[in-house]
Write a protein that binds this ligand. Sequence first.
Ligand code: HPA
Ligand code: ZN
Length: 345
Amino acid sequence: MPGESLRAFIHALPKAELHVHLVGSAGVDTVLALARRHPEAGVPADRAELEQFFEFRDFDHFLKVYWAVQSMLKDRRDIRALVIGLAAELARQNVRYAEVTVTPYNHLLDGMPGDELLTGLVEGRAVARAEHNVELAWCFDIPGEKGVRAGRETAVFALRERPDGLVGFGLGGPEIGVGRAQFEPFFTAAREAGLHSVPHAGETSGPATIWSAVHDLGAERIGHGTSCTADPALLAWLAEHRIPVEVCPTSNVRTRQVPSIAAHPVRRMLDHGLVVTLNTDDPPMFGATLEGEYLAVATSLGLRAAEVARLAKNAVAASFLEDAAKAAMAAEIDQVVASGTGAEA
Ligand code: HPA
Ligand code: ZN
């Protein structure tokens, strides 16, 4: 498919984003404005310097930068601005629905009252819907490096506050030295309350972490899952049980987990019949967009239009949208395919 028609086709597809962190979605201009107000955070207020600041040596370095940006968020206005900025960007790319990961425990530790966080989310979500026609849902996740205390507090906060649109319960941060199983009681409580289990696993550690996520945490989707291709039994299991993987190719390149998009295991995941979804993780920090992820994977793997549309449909099917909304989006994807946008493919 020639570049321009592939781009037009990808744009025309109504898309769902299932793995994006709220803090990591802060646009460059937003981060620059925050950095001017909060010099103590050590985040550059100059555009060129910020670009350099967003060059990551490895995953741990990325997390330190992420936490520095997070520390500048102080109140409902900051959260609301992030949510609305994310929605505007999603609308620009014809992304209609996103499940956005929020880490309440970290915001509370940074001194933001829980009410401020929740009000910012609620107000931002309403504006996203009214002004950008983007539907947002939330996943509250545990910052794993902060241990069981963070697990307990995150579950208590999620189940007590239960804001509209809260659909998922997750686990992020480093994986090495942060076993998934210790968080089992909190995932059990969240699942019993009707939240979906969506932990990160296999992003920065091996397949054992993914096995633990499914067995100990009841994972319904896997955040990243990059290392699953190292274990043929796991690949077969994920395919058989149709557990979707939230693949974030550019993120994995930028945190140096994989050398390039071409070398990304997404090809093997598709070859083994996994339900692959494409996502951005922390888009401005990685210089990523959802359209760009589709374009990069389609180009690198030489996908045909129908295969690209399949990726968009996978995201809809793997989402926690209501069935009617899923059916409407899937039908619209079929229409885009049938209308022949990018028909040269
Ligand atoms: N993995 C773990 N923790 C994170 C990530 C990620 O990709 N992004 C922000 N926090
Ligand atoms: Zn993530």
